[in-house]
Every structure is written in C-alpha cells, then in structure tokens.
Design a binder for this molecule. Structure first.
Ligand SMILES: C[S@@+](CC[C@H](N)C(=O)[O-])C[C@H]1O[C@@H](n2cnc3c(N)ncnc32)[C@H](O)[C@@H]1O
Length: 314
C-alpha cells in the first residue's frame, strides 16, 4: 500500500493555492466562534494546531488570525503546532515562519495526523483545511479504473469507502486525545452532497486524458465524505457538532473568467492549482499540457462542494 506523497514543493504549492486560501477565508465564522468559546487554562499554554500545513503561506495566515482572536481573551502563552507529513517541504515552511509575537511559541511536527501529534489534553483548537479528504494509504482496489472513488464500480468504491471510514475515525480519536474538554476541531474539506462530488467534472476530464495517454490505471488516494459519513462516528469519538454545513464555492479563477472571459488564463491558473497537489502522484508533464488545452477549450469548472464543520470535545 503506497504512502501518500506531499504537495509539489519549491514554493509551488504556496504560489498556486489561492483556491485553498479562499476556503480558509470562507469559514472565518468558525474560527471566530472557536476563539470565543474555548475554555481558557488558568495556568500553562493555550494549544493551537493546524493539521496539514504544507509550505505554510495559508497555514500561517490562518494561525496568525487565530492567535489574534485568542489574544483578545487571554495573555497566557500560546503554543502553535504546524503539522504535515515528513515529505512536506519543511525548508520552505521554515523560511515562511517569521516570529508570531511575544509569548507565542511555534513548532512544527512531521507525523501523520491519523495519530496524535501533541501530548494528551494540551490542545484547545485544532484546524484542518483542504486536507482530511486525503486517505492514510491506498488499499488494493479490485478494478482501479475511473481515477476517483465516485467514478468507480461499486466493489472498488466500497474498498475506498471503508478506508475513508477507518481514517476518519482514527483522525477523530487522535484529536479526542489531544483536545481539552470544550476544545474545538474545525475542518474544511472537499465533500459530497447526493453524488455532487468535489471536482467531479475535472476528475472525469483527468480520467479521459489518462486513458488517451495509455497511462496505467490510477486511483486518487482521496475520498470526499458526505455529511452523514462525517457525522456518523462523532459521538462515539467524544465530539458534539457545533456547526456542519455544505458550501459550494467556485474558484477565484472562475470568478476572474466571468469578469474577463480570458480562457487561456483560466486554464493556466487552474492547471497550476491542480499540479500543486496532483503532480507528485501523476508526474507525466503531458497530462498537464492536455489538461490546460482542454480547460482553455471548454472552460470546465473545477467547482467545489465542501464540508465546513466545527465540533467540540465533550
Ligand atoms: C492541499 S494541502 C492543504 C494545505 C493547507 N492546509 C491549505 O489550506 O492551504 C494538503 C496538505 O495535507 C498534507 N497531508 C496529507 N495527508 C496528511 C496526513 N496524514 N498527516 C499530515 N498531513 C497530511 C499534505 O502533505 C499537504 O501538505
């Protein structure tokens, strides 16, 4: 079972993650509410974590905002953990990590978030943006055609459904250990509403291109959960739902296309966004040349169905 690689490095992810940035900005209400609601320790640090921080541009923007909000309530030390996989571009991350401010301590952690990443009971807010749809590993899929679970035949799809269910439970159990009672977990992730799955048109196009190129069968190690799959294990893992909504966003590139009608630019920007997370898995440059051509010809929308949620630890 291959492990999951990280994003395209050398600053490429940071330069091509405006879509993920927009997802963070679109859920500010959850951050504000969490900062208002968490119980504050009388002694010792307030723990904040961002899980899946990548090269850091978006993660640092998010955590700076969160620290400002928490600072309005407390002058206790803040302990911030930025987490990602060992293969992440950590050199790039540390270049981005300028000081947060007095009495704010930042650390990085290179462990999979399917296990705890900080000591038990030390975390007050955990955030996970555009990340929890990545599987911990890719199980053997009987008929690996179709690229994404949603485009596969039922037996293969079931293997991925089951892997995603095990992963989500492991993720919640790890957070349940780390969070203090009343602590918050915020997630924004690609989602699925009645078969309307994040990026489905784009995945269809990708599948078609891989077939045209005679590429070996490829399974994207991603699963977009629906609301029921998200809610199902919460209670037994010790969480209560504070907010859970489905949100539909276009990309900043599609908005620009609306304004200027420039399809070439739309295709180039959208392909950059896709390469930032796909290229480590699908390195053949021809894929992106064809993708860009087709996106320019068709203006195919990479619209996103998202789960936006906040849970509190009981
Ligand atoms: C699309 S990026 C999102 C980065 C950032 N949160 C943002 O919103 O721009 C997904 C990140 O999750 C990381 N990731 C994937 N699986 C992970 C895991 N099991 N543990 C920690 N990080 C993981 C990837 O390495 C990647 O950097």
């Amino acid at each position: 079972m291959p492990t999951i690689p990280s994003m395209k490095g050398d600053g490429f992810y940071d330069q091509h993650s405006q879509v993920q940035e927009q997802f963070i900005l679109s859920s500010q209400d959850l951050i504000e509410e969490a900062a208002r609601a968490i119980p504050l320790p009388e002694n010792g640090p307030i723990g904040l974590a961002d899980l899946g921080c990548s090269e850091g541009k978006n993660s640092l923007m998010l955590m700076r905002k969160l620290t400002q909000l928490v600072r309005q309530r407390s002058q206790q030390p803040l302990m911030i953990t930025h987490n990602d996989l060992p293969a992440n571009n950590w050199n790039g991350f540390f270049r981005n990590l300028t000081p947060y401010g007095p009495n704010i301590w930042a650390q990085a952690n290179a462990t999979s978030f399917f296990q705890p990443v900080v000591p038990p009971g030390t975390l007050h807010i955990a955030c996970c943006y555009s990340t929890v749809h990545w599987l911990s590993q890719l199980p053997p899929v009987p008929n690996p055609n179709g690229v994404l679970f949603a485009l596969m035949e039922p037996q293969s799809r079931k293997v991925l459904v089951d892997q995603a269910a095990r992963d989500w439970e492991a993720f919640l159990q790890a957070r349940a250990e780390e969070l203090v009672p009343g602590g918050r977990l915020i997630i924004v992730s690609g989602g699925n509403q009645d078969g309307d799955v994040a990026g489905l048109k784009m995945y269809r196009l990708l599948d078609q291109i891989l077939q045209e190129l005679g590429h070996p069968p490829f399974v994207m190690p991603i699963y977009y959960r629906d609301e029921q799959e998200i809610r199902q294990p919460l209670e037994r893992c010790g969480f209560q739902v504070e907010q859970c909504r489905i949100q539909r966003l276009t990309t900043p590139f599609a908005e620009q296309l609306e304004r200027d009608g420039d399809r070439q630019k739309y295709a180039k920007d959208t392909t950059g966004f896709l390469r930032a997370w796909m290229e480590p898995l699908l390195p053949d440059p021809r894929i992106y040349e064809i993708l860009e051509e087709r996106l320019a010809a068709t203006g195919t929308e990479v619209a996103n169905v998202q789960i936006v949620a906040a849970f509190s630890k009981r």
